[in-house]
Ligand binder design. Sequence first.
Ligand code: TPP
Ligand code: MG
Length: 360
Amino acid sequence: MMPAEPVKFTAPKMYQILDENGKCNEAEMPKLTNDDFRKIYENLVYARMLDGRILNLQREGRCGTYASSLGEEATQVGSAFALSKEDWLFPYFREIGAHITRGLPMDLYLLYWMGDERGSKVPEGLNDFVISIPVGTQNLHATGVAMAMGLKGDKKASMVYLGDGATSEGDFHEAMNFAGVFKAPVIFVCQNNQWAISLPLSRQTASKTLAQKAVAYGFDGYVVDGNDVFAVLKVAREAVERAKAGGGPTFLECVTYRISDHTTADDSGKYRPAQEVEDWKKRDPIERVRKYMQSKGLWDEVYEKSVVDKVTKMIDENVLKAESVPAPEPDDMFDYLYERLPKELAEQKAEVVAFLGKGA
Ligand SMILES: Cc1ncc(C[n+]2csc(CCOP(=O)(O)OP(=O)(O)O)c2C)c(N)n1
Ligand SMILES: [Mg+2]
């Protein structure tokens, strides 16, 4: 008789193309034109600079609580760059780089974080869902849409973002299970930034990797250097192609780090070692792209200045636009939840309207 054997899983090495010193494994480089390189670099810089500006606006009382993406730009830009316009994107709340790459007008993004829900009104033709504050629910939306696209025979993919913390939510596991069973064309992009507010990864899961969770649901998971925009793009592009060819879902664990506090309402100095943050700063995702592009003759000081000037102008314009939007009317709160207002709420709305002296 053979002894009983447990199911075993071995994790591969983290996938990397461009290391922290700008050294590149050219054989693995995804196919990109010089314009693509410039676009990627500019999106990375835009994401970082706008993120910094929003933090300043928050300090000045011109913006509400904000979740910074500092250090996670490569995961966001690299993954979103793999999508085509017709694909769908489901963010959570820390994807400024993905939104920029998709072309979401940044005045809307600013408006949202300034506390105005009208910032969530995604323009027609842009297949991006709204920011999801409830941790994990977006995985179900993305999988549901992917299943629907599969049923309709649409050759489109859906990409959903989640944090390491979201992998402990029931919603996440339900979405992964449905995705596996129905071979849904969905790509799960996990920004494993090592922390879920004050909870470290070691307390989040006993799994060696987050990517191996996909194996339990019958599809592939990859562990990728999330600070390497080219590695993320390469694996994401393959996943999108596979999804569109009927090959089903993929899970990407992008190993990165949240350099900032969880949000502007958090003080990470209270729960994590300063040295850990310093160590991760040395693995900066933008610095290495700059070095690589310089070695290719695609970056110099003149180009850098032109990028910074262009981005600064775009940020200034978008801040001005967002701050110029007139304040919402108090009775707007009744208007967006229901297609038809229930009787009680209709009565309350009438009362508010009368109170405001707006007349019926
Ligand atoms: C369902 C739900 N539970 C709890 C919270 C409070 N909360 C907001 S962010 C967060 C941690 C999320 O961590 P992670 O998924 O790793 O994403 P990160 O913030 O690190 O990008 C928690 C617990 C929430 N928003 N929704
Ligand atoms: Mg996290």
